[in-house]
Design a protein around this ligand. Structure first.
Ligand SMILES: Nc1ncnc2c1ncn2[C@@H]1O[C@H](COP(=O)(O)OP(=O)(O)OP(=O)(O)O)[C@@H](O)[C@H]1O
Length: 721
């Protein structure tokens, strides 16, 4: 199945009424438009045409777009156990937010509120048809990616930590760690939550849009269908991407420019990913931006719909062409349509009439990463070996062609999970037979209802089993099963954070929670780092100090590295010469403890880690930089730098570094996006600490002597005589 791409041309806005329109939609006779036509910017007489699944013209209503593109295909799909992703793409001011969120009136509501309204209606219908034997729960998480940092939109901005939430890879899915998941059982509740969360989203007025989104917003709607014997989870992500901006037209101020460059960078990476996929390159640069990691276009399973928003006027000409080209490539991307397997509960108790979660606020269970969901746990219980490998991947195809192809009637049974509906004009979900083919469900209504606690206990037990199996498979890297006691403590900690009973210590509690989770996974060095970050929130806490000391001891004894290297792990990085009390974590010089799982480090942006590079030897002498009379600066007149003083070049370099401005740091010689990010990340961890000299700079993450020399040599200084 390829990504379905539809285009939507927005109407002229009030101030554009006298403007020249250059984009038009075309259709074959009697059919809905599927082509966008736009002139060649170099020669108006020539035109380019682009073919999409559908093209919605200026007068297309929100309802039309929703009914044609979302209801049948997505909602049905979702309830059949498939994931889905809908995202709006386009230049700033072309109508992405209008399409996804829309206005307040009924007619103006966008895709997201309509989607939720439809989901709730379907939930009620399923529950009604099953006479209470099936329960459907809806939960939401909502976050924004602002300047390549992830923030929970269900949290007020003042609760954010500067570095945002870390993201990780979990069994091929990218997950945001520590994101709130809100149980939300009615449309009214949703509307309330969604409106509140949107207030937290970063928007600002720009010259091109009075309410411009400065971030990518991702709403994840999780649907859990629980019957007596199965639990099936599927998820739809609705994404309102920020729009690319041509800063020659925006007159953006410094802050907007920083946002804009982050937006443009992530969209550029997205375009690179799409290009790499379409060229079948082996390396797709997903990891270069959080947005592309999360969107995982072409890697995600399930139906993917891209709504390309375009403005009709000439002032957007080049931007529109570039969007159309991007969309044209995107529509060729193949995505897998894999049905989420149900978890067989294998319990005899019937469902409670009450909801599992209710409308309460809950945090995503922060369990070990190897806790897979959608896993058929029944196999293990019965000792059977799972028939495992899914059949060779098959795809349902959205065809732009109008031909009618008969639908395959002999769909594989539910647990095979993959269907093939090649070339079908109707979306695959519409022919769902998956429920019909599921095992017969029998209910004993007289049995006592399952309580929330018993379900939790059951899930915890299954998680333990899963962990145990993983431990057997890979003794060296697997996490041990959580003891009930430990799990309880983790849960208590989460509850404390949730209950806001923290006297301003919430960030500290978050660090503690993360530390404990690392410890559970035997990632002692990371746990130690997290404890250290928590320490300022609990000054003088003896228990915490003892814990850190015990961990340090443990790392020392466990480390396979020669004894003389061990102290470097614990040794703080001294940023300021002569100010050894000002410390930060030294990731660069830290040897990797054996027990730490590299992949979890790599994907955890809460701290920096280098898996590929050899750890620098602690015994290595720190580079000595002289500010004058050496190397590149030998041409600097000595009057500009007395011994012990800094040259203008060094001063300028440190100024740029201490600005913590990624775009400026990136512009330094020999510094790429990743290095600039690593430097800023490292500086953010040191809070107000400034880099005072070149030695301090050479000790930052990702920076060595050579890099410093490079950076310095690239600085242009005007010496006036
Ligand atoms: N189909 C439409 N019908 C009526 N008005 C529209 C339509 N699409 C967009 N608009 C209007 O155009 C303006 C810009 O739209 P919107 O804010 O949704 O753009 P955007 O692409 O999300 O921009 P940004 O990327 O800057 O957030 C808004 O005033 C919106 O109401």
């Amino acid at each position: 199945m390829s990504v379905r791409v539809v285009a939507r041309i927005r109407p002229l806005l009030k101030h554009e009424l006298d403007k020249d329109t250059i984009v038009c939609a075309e259709s074959a006779e009697g059919q809905n438009p599927t082509t966008v036509r736009i002139p060649n910017p170099k020669n108006d007489a020539e035109t380019f045409t682009f073919q999409f699944g559908s093209v919605y013209e200026e007068n297309a209503t929100q309802q039309q777009l929703f009914e044609n593109e979302v209801v049948g295909p997505t909602v049905k799909h979702l309830f059949n156990g498939y994931d889905a992703c809908i995202f709006a793409y386009g230049v700033t001011g072309t109508g992405k937010t209008h399409t996804m969120r829309g206005g307040k009136s009924l007619a103006d509501r966008g895709v997201i509120p309509r989607l939720l309204s439809n989901i709730y209606r379907r939930c009620r219908k399923i529950e009604k048809d099953a006479a209470g034997a099936t329960q459907v729960d809806v939960s939401l998480s909502y976050f924004e990616i602002y300047c390549d940092r992830v923030y929970d939109l269900f949290e007020p901005p003042e609760k954010r930590t500067p570095s945002g939430l870390p993201i990780r890879d979990n069994h091929g899915k990218t997950v945001v760690v520590g994101l709130k998941e809100m149980q939300c059982s009615t449309l009214k509740e949703f509307e309330h939550l969604y409106d509140q969360a949107n207030i937290n989203r970063s928007t600002s007025a720009t010259k091109l849009n009075a309410h411009s989104s400065r971030s990518h917003a991702v709403l994840c709607v999780k649907i859990t269908q629980t019957t007596e014997s199965t639990v099936r989870v599927s998820q739809v992500s609705a994404i309102d991407l920020a729009g690319s901006e041509d800063n020659r037209r925006t007159d953006n101020n410094k802050e907007r420019l920083i946002e804009s460059s982050a937006i443009n960078k992530s969209l550029f990476v997205l375009a690179q990913c799409v290009e790499a996929i379409s060229k079948k390159q082996s390396r797709i640069p997903y990891r270069e931006s959080k947005m592309t990691r999360i969107l995982s276009l072409g890697q995600n399973n399930g139906m993917t719909l891209m709504i390309l928003n375009i403005a009709p006027t000439r002032s957007y000409h080049l931007d529109t062409l570039s969007s159309l080209n991007f969309a044209n490539r995107t529509k060729k991307i193949e995505v897998n349509e894999v049905e989420n397997e149900p978890i067989f509960r294998n319990i005899t108790k019937p469902l409670a009439a009450t909801s599992i979660g209710g409308a309460s606020l809950s945090r995503q269970p922060l369990r070990p990463l190897n806790t897979a969901h959608n896993t058929n746990l029944n196999d293990r219980e019965t000792g059977r070996k799972k028939t495992t490998e899914k059949p060779a991947k098959a795809f349902s195809v959205y065809s732009d062609a109008q031909k009618i192809v008969s639908r395959s009637s002999n769909l594989p049974s539910q647990n095979q999970g993959i269907r093939r509906t090649a070339g079908a004009p109707k979306r695959p979900a519409e022919s769902s037979t998956t429920f019909a083919s599921r095992p017969t469900k029998t209910f004993r209504a007289a049995e006592p209802a399952m309580t929330k606690e018993s379900i939790e206990a059951l899930i915890t037990r299954r998680i333990d089993e899963k962990l145990a199996e993983k431990a057997l498979q890979d003794a060296s890297t697997a996490a041990p099963a959580l003891s009930a006691e430990l799990q309880k403590r983790l849960d208590d900690l989460e509850n404390r954070i949730d209950a806001k009973d923290d006297d301003g210590k919430a960030p500290g509690l978050q660090f503690l929670l993360m530390a404990k989770q690392h410890q559970v996974r035997q990632e002692h060095a990371s746990a130690l780092r997290m404890y250290r970050m928590a320490m300022p929130y609990f000054p003088g806490n003896k228990k915490l100090e003892a814990k850190m000391q015990a961990l340090e001891e443990r790392i020392k004894t466990k480390s396979a590295l020669p004894a003389e290297h061990v102290p470097s792990l614990m040794a703080p990085l001294v940023l300021e010469r002569g100010s050894k009390s000002k410390v930060t974590e030294d990731e660069d010089f830290a040897p990797v403890p054996e027990s730490d799982n590299e992949s979890s480090y790599e994907s955890d942006s809460s701290f920096k880690f280098k898996s590929k590079r050899k750890p620098k030897k602690a015994t290595k002498k720190l580079p000595i930089f002289r500010d004058s009379g050496e190397g590149h600066e030998s041409s600097i007149p000595s009057s500009f730098a007395a011994p012990g003083e800094m040259t203008p070049r060094t001063t300028n370099l440190l100024k740029i570094i201490n600005s913590r401005d990624v775009s400026k740091i990136r512009a330094l010689k020999g510094v790429g996006v990743k290095k600039a990010d690593a430097i800023v990340g490292c500086l953010l961890e040191t809070e107000d600490e400034e880099v005072r000299d070149l030695e301090g700079l050479a000790q930052l993450n990702g920076v060595g002597r050579k890099t410093v020399e490079n950076m310095r040599s690239g600085i242009i200084v005007d010496y006036e005589f």
